[in-house]
Write a protein that binds this ligand. Structure first.
Ligand code: PLP
Length: 453
């Protein structure tokens, strides 16, 4: 029975959805056959579907609802701003208060001299900005040939042409003629799948040195930047060995290569510090942010840029780039309220020293399950590798490659949202998660794993 009476019945909604709504990253035939689960409301960490079922959302939507669902003050911030100034652009020598205040706030909380904000509508288009920004920067420095951007296999940097080209997902490259020119990919620091006989630390260093080798192969005078997520999210929550990031930072510094940290998932508390870069002690020249910036209540993204790059670009005349919704006043007002909640409720601290250690302990115990090869977690980003052979760290064969899909289905039937990437199961819950939520999450995850066996 529908709880909100003016909704059509579920079956009717599903039929309309399949008939008219094209879903992102979805098999349309499967959707038409099964029908989407229709989410009607949410509060805290709990979703409610059109049948009144309550579901624990261990993915915070798409890794974004950091402050949890159903916050009245977020709605009030949006309504207040809509009444005051619903829209004005930040092009052509104009600005407005929410864009200024949010830029100041981001400059305050971002590490190092990341003091300048270029707004976008989400993470993909913020990464498009980064591609143009770093190439324009080097051109302004008199080095227009320095334009190659090095990224990593299995990275995710968005779905636009530039975002998906920066990403290293072969399935995305296969559709639509990607990658665009002057983007190349090196290996990912995925020890469990690719580390062989090396220790994680040896492997982390070896993978970092692929960056040096690639710069030397292309020539330092051709390479503009290296982009990476502090922890690869959509690639399967790949937590790098501790040796990886210090070596990457050293190589970027030694070769005058800009470092872009894509913090779209890691930013705003998910790793236990405000930014993933702080968790790994790195000093990026540019950070990409989105998702947790507004906790997904409204679309907004940004590039947060260091003094040297921003000042050089500012002195070089017009930067011929921008979006109608760059610095949208309502989005900025909502993001400011989101950051207030994050700080006032000490949600980053909840990840670092509140619920976080309890979640980590319970999550790592899942490695004892017969189907689980490794159970890793950093802050509120965790993954399980499903395996038919723990000792060999073996993946499931391609024809049984639906194992993650099956496990995800059992999670969903048990009213738990977890994602899967191939053989890996993933969580990224809202940062408000409590210890009793953790107990429910683990109990449902174990039940789903047992059903998958
Ligand atoms: N960068 C990373 C690391 C992401 O995880 C994502 C989305 O998941 C993006 C960029 C793209 O962001 P959006 O979907 O807001 O365009």
């Amino acid at each position: 029975m529908n709880l909100i009476s003016n909704f059509p019945p579920t079956a009717e909604l599903q039929a309309l959805d399949a008939a008219h709504h094209m879903h992102p990253f979805t098999d349309g035939a499967e959707l038409a056959a099964k029908g989407a689960r229709i989410i009607t409301r949410a509060k805290g960490v709990t979703l409610t579907d059109s049948e009144g079922e309550e579901i624990l959302d261990a993915m915070a939507g798409l890794w974004c609802v950091n402050i949890g669902y159903g916050r009245d003050s977020m709605a009030e911030a949006a309504a207040r701003q809509m009444r005051e100034l619903p829209y004005y652009n930040t092009f052509f020598q104009t600005s407005h208060v929410p864009a200024i205040e949010l830029a100041r706030k981001l400059a305050e909380i971002a590490p190092g001299d990341l003091n300048h904000v270029f707004y976008a509508s989400g993470g993909s288009d913020a990464n498009d900005t980064n591609v143009r920004l770093v190439r324009h920067y080097w051109a302004a420095k008199g080095k227009p040939e320095k334009k190659v951007i090095i990224s990593r296999k299995n990275a995710y940097h968005g779905s636009t042409m530039a975002g998906a080209s920066l990403g290293g997902m072969t399935g995305m490259h296969a559709q639509g003629g990607l990658p665009i020119p002057d983007i190349v990919h090196i290996g990912q620091p995925h020890w469990y799948a690719e580390g062989g006989d090396m220790t994680p630390e040896e492997f982390g260093r070896a993978r970092a040195r692929e960056l040096k080798a690639k710069i030397e192969e292309l020539g330092e005078d051709k390479v503009a930047a290296f982009i990476a997520e502090p922890i690869q999210g959509a690639g399967g929550v790949i937590i790098p060995p501790d040796s990886y990031w210090p070596e990457i930072q050293r190589i970027c510094d030694a070769h005058a290569i800009l470092l872009i940290a894509d913090e779209v998932i890691c930013g705003f508390g998910r790793t236990g510090q405000m930014f993933g870069s702080q968790s790994y002690d790195i000093c990026p020249d540019i950070m990409t942010v989105a998702k947790g910036l507004s906790s997904g209540y409204i679309p907004i993204g940004a590039s947060i840029v260091c003094d040297e790059v921003a000042n050089t670009v500012a002195e070089a005349g017009d930067f011929n780039h921008g979006y109608t919704y760059s610095g949208h006043p309502v989005a900025c007002a909502v993001a400011l309220e989101n950051l207030r909640i994050l700080e006032d409720e000490k949600l980053v601290e909840n990840v670092a020293s509140g619920t976080g250690p309890y979640l980590a302990e319970k999550w790592r115990q899942l490695a004892e399950h017969p189907l689980v090869g490794e159970a890793v977690i950093r802050g509120f980003m965790g993954s399980l590798a499903l395996t038919p052979d723990k000792a060999a760290r073996a993946p499931f064969a391609a024809e049984t490659g639906t194992i993650g899909l099956i496990a995800r289905g059992h999670c969903f039937e048990n009213n738990l949202v977890m994602r899967h990437v191939g053989d890996r199961m993933i969580i990224a819950p809202p940062l408000i998660l409590t210890k009793s939520d953790v107990d429910v999450l683990i109990e449902r995850a174990v039940r789903a794993l047992d059903l998958t066996l």
